[in-house]
Write a protein that binds this ligand. Structure first.
Ligand code: HEC
Length: 139
C-alpha cells in the first residue's frame, strides 16, 4: 500500500500531538500547593475543632461531667454551640467576628482559663480565635 505524503505526516504528527496534549494537560492539572496558613484559617469548625477543646479543658467546670454532675461556674455552659453563644450569667462571652470583645478568647489568651490548669496550647488558642474571627458559626 502506498502511503501518501499527507498520511505519512499524520502518522508522525499524531504521536507528537498527543505528546504535547498530555504534557499540556498534566501541566495545567498540577495542583497549586495549598498555603497551610490560609487553609487552616478557612477551615475552623465549631463541632470538629472548637468543641473538642472545650470538652477537654472547660466543661468540667462549665457544663457537667458524664456521671451527671453539673457545674456551671459563672452560669456558663460550654457544652453546646447554643449554650456557648448564650453566655454566662453576666452576659455573652463570644462576640462573633470580634475577637477582642470575646471574653472567652481574652481569658484563654491570658491563661486565666482553664482555671487551676495549664493554659491552652498556642494551637488551641489560635483555633478558638480563628473560629470567632470567622463569625463564630455553628459549623
Ligand atoms: C476548674 C474550674 C474551671 C475550669 C476548668 C474552667 N473554668 Fe472558666 N470559670 C471558672 C470559674 C470559677 C469562673 C468564675 C470566676 C472567674 O470569672 O474567674 C469562670 C469564669 C469563666 C468565664 C467568665 C464568664 C463571665 O462572664 O464572667 C469564661 C469566659 C470562662 N470561664 C471560660 C472558660 C474556658 C474557655 C475554659 C476552658 C478553656 C474554662 N473556663 C475552664 C472555673 C473554671
Amino acid at each position: 500500500m502506498l502511503i501518501t505524503r499527507y498520511e505519512f505526516l499524520s502518522i508522525i504528527a499524531l504521536p507528537l500531538g498527543v505528546g504535547f496534549t498530555l504534557q499540556g494537560g498534566v501541566g495545567t492539572a498540577t495542583p497549586v500547593a495549598p498555603d497551610p496558613v490560609s487553609a487552616r484559617v478557612l477551615d475552623v469548625s465549631f463541632a470538629d475543632d472548637v468543641a473538642p477543646i472545650l470538652d477537654a479543658s472547660c466543661i468540667k467546670c462549665h457544663g457537667g461531667l458524664p456521671d451527671g454532675e453539673s457545674i456551671l461556674e459563672a452560669g456558663l455552659d460550654l457544652r453546646t454551640y447554643e449554650s456557648v453563644m448564650k453566655g454566662s450569667e453576666f452576659g455573652s462571652v463570644v462576640e462573633a467576628s470580634n475577637v477582642d470583645d470575646s471574653l472567652i478568647f481574652l481569658m484563654i489568651e491570658e491563661g486565666d482559663m482553664p482555671e487551676e490548669a495549664d493554659p491552652l496550647s498556642p494551637d488551641d488558642i489560635e483555633t478558638i480565635k480563628t473560629w470567632i474571627a470567622e463569625g463564630a458559626k455553628n459549623n
